[in-house]
Design a binder for this molecule. Structure first.
Ligand code: ARG
Length: 452
């Protein structure tokens, strides 16, 4: 019997069915159903024999799903109903006992929590690999000077290793974020029933332990309403993708002939259909472009959840596609970032020439004056005057005569020329976290320790 006298409209079904995407929850749905059936039998809510039959049916469903022979049926609204239907086809009437003391509301929340946990682990594994790659590449380019930029204007020279390690620390923070995501999935929703709890003496803790949850959700109403862990995953993924987009953007820029700082390997580039000379850093461009999509997935689910009355609403079915898309996109981007970095070539000469721009020593000249007792703000003005004079006369700073220097400030002496010697002003950045080699070595040590 059905409550409904009329069949569902075809367009309603297309709108309402989630089987087209939530089939991806199937391994988790099978695991949780096995844990649930086992608990029901252990608690004497169903017989041991029925528990064993349900497990047999579920194991067959699992192998059908893995080898691609699972027979999806026309009426399957979602993966939960499809699996229950199939179990009943396999084991007969006993299949109808599987949904005892359970609702799709606590079931779907549990599947999604398990999916999020698994993919947070996927992200962590990939982030560790990317982190290790960044440290390795940094180590190989330890003392390669390059210009550091602000406003994309040459600002102060740094070592390439130092610049690359900046991305390592972003990755390290991403790792923390995904660890927090895993913690957020730690409480089992199953056992909440539709919303109020169930009419049976279930053992939720046993199910939690069997499925790798640290504990059970404290409140059945919250348990079926909660999608925080999805939001947390989407937020962590959006931030991580934003980091990758900045890496991608820099590699795109650095690969131009104008910069010429690096070249991605052929394996990570494409050619042009019309211009034979071209080698395009597509992977880096796509890393740059994917981030807003992951941000929009986060925003989409915030839109779904905000103002949503407790407890379950069908709106929440909309958690899945953004989640799946963010997982797929992020995992692919992390693999791509790692692969591209493992094979990238940097061009030492081009980096060094750009870093040798004497104007990059302007701050250091100002600091020289500071050490001679000139207040920093005044020193800033003196050096600005020198830069202006050099630009106007088309000279290098080192071409300015001692007379021209003392005209700007009597405190400018021979030391000025020494300071302008190649690279000298990189090694003066000795403050903790700065670019001097000793500090970068220290940083590499810490990065390696963080990876362990
Ligand atoms: N397909 C549904 C979802 O993804 C499963 C839960 C359905 N619950 C319900 N009360 N209709 O959210």
């Amino acid at each position: 019997m059905s409550r409904f006298a009329e069949p569902q409209d075809a367009a309603f079904r297309r709108l309402n069915d989630s089987i087209g995407f939530d089939w991806r929850l199937s391994p988790y749905d099978v695991d949780q159903s096995i844990a649930h059936a086992t608990m029901l039998a252990e608690q004497g809510i169903i017989s041991e024999a029925d528990g064993a039959e349900l497990r047999r049916g579920l194991e067959q469903v699992r192998s059908e799903l893995t080898d691609g022979t699972f027979p999806f049926a026309d009426g399957d609204e979602d993966i939960h109903m499809a699996i229950e239907r199939r179990v009943t086809e396999i084991v007969g009437r006993v299949g109808g006992r599987l949904h005892t003391a359970r609702s799709r509301n606590d079931q779907v929340a549990t599947d999604v929590a398990m999916f999020v946990r698994a993919h947070a682990h996927e992200a962590l594994e990939r982030l560790s690999r990317l982190g290790r790659t960044l440290v390795d590449v940094a180590e190989r380019h330890l003392d390669w000077p390059m210009p550091g930029y602000t406003h994309l204007q040459r600002a102060q020279p740094i070592y390439l290793s130092h610049h690359l390690l900046a991305y390592f620390w972003m990755v390290a923070r991403d790792i923390r974020r995904f660890e927090a995501v895993i913690a957020a999935t730690g409480r089992l929703p199953l056992g909440a029933g539709a919303l109020a709890g169930v009419n049976f003496d279930t053992d939720r803790r046993a199910v939690a332990a069997a499925l790798g949850f640290a504990g059970v959700a404290e409140n059945s109403v919250d348990a079926v309403s909660n999608r925080d862990f999805v939001l947390d995953y989407l937020a962590a993924a959006a931030t991580c993708a934003t980091h990758l987009s900045r890496l991608g953007a820099e590699i795109v820029l650095w690969s131009t002939e104008e910069f010429g700082f690096c070249e991605v390997s052929d394996a990570w580039a494409s050619g042009s259909s019309i211009m034979p000379q071209k080698k395009n850093p597509d992977a880096a461009e796509l890393l740059r472009a994917k981030a807003p999509r992951l941000v929009s997935n986060l925003v989409a689910l915030h839109g779904v959840m905000h103002g949503l009355p407790l407890t379950y609403n069908k709106d929440m079915q909309e958690d899945k596609e953004p989640l799946f898309d963010s997982c797929d996109t992020l995992e692919l981007c992390l693999d791509a970032a790692t692969g591209m970095l493992e094979t990238i070539t940097f061009r030492r000469e081009r980096l060094a020439t750009a870093a040798g721009d004497q104007f990059l020593a302007a701050t250091d000249i100002a600091d020289l004056l500071v050490r001679r007792g000139v207040p920093f703000r005044e020193a800033h003005g003196v050096v600005a005057g020198l830069v202006r004079q050099a630009l106007q006369s088309g000279k290098l700073l080192s071409d300015l005569t001692p007379a021209e220097l003392t005209a700007q400030s009597p405190a400018l002496d021979e030391e000025f020329y020494r300071l302008l010697q190649d690279g000298a002003w990189l090694e003066t950045k000795v403050s903790e976290g700065g670019t001097s080699l000793a500090r970068v070595r220290e940083q590499l040590e810490r990065a390696r320790a963080a990876l362990r």
